[in-house]
Design a protein. Structure first.
Length: 156
């Protein structure tokens, strides 16, 4: 329990810091749910190069062949459909949880606690799942990471 004034102060500060971290997490979740386009890149896969080029061509066509404004280009890119990435979301949530827990433990102890190797391994596995999913998605886009490898005349 809390036996000293410093222990009470550490507990109050710990609760405040955890509340701040949880409020940041709640704001991220709320913005993802309510504001289209604001935080899509946080947990979404990057659209293919072909889809982005098509959006830019549509923006140029909509402006009558003239160079489109920056707002028109941004609006066209935002309209490109994106897929949510479960591996990015998992890594985001796991990072919030681990950071919050170790912050709380450090504040309760009054010093930084040692991070066990198993937790570091779990964070590595979570990050590795993101890397593997990126490799799979780039391989499904033709193995070139979404890059178009044809030349102007259609040859490889």
């Amino acid at each position: 329990m809390i036996n000293t004034p410093w222990g009470l102060l550490a507990y109050i500060v710990g609760v405040a810091v955890v509340a701040i971290i949880l409020s940041f997490a709640a704001v991220v979740a709320w913005r993802l749910a309510t504001k289209r386009g604001e935080l899509d890149g946080l947990i979404a896969e990057i659209p293919s190069e072909t889809a982005l080029k098509a959006a830019l061509v549509a923006a140029i066509a909509a402006s009558g062949g003239q160079p489109p404004s920056a707002e028109a280009v941004a609006a066209a890119v935002r309209r490109v459909p994106v897929k949510a990435s479960l591996s990015r979301f998992q890594f985001l949530i796991f990072t919030f949880v681990v950071a919050g827990l170790f912050l709380l433990l450090s504040i309760e102890a009054g010093a930084f606690v040692e991070v066990p190797p198993t937790v570091l391994g779990l964070i590595g596995i979570s990050g590795g799942s993101f890397i593997v999913s990126k490799g799979i998605s780039s391989n499904s886009n033709g193995g070139s990471g979404g890059q178009n490898t044809t030349t102007g005349d259609g040859s490889q």
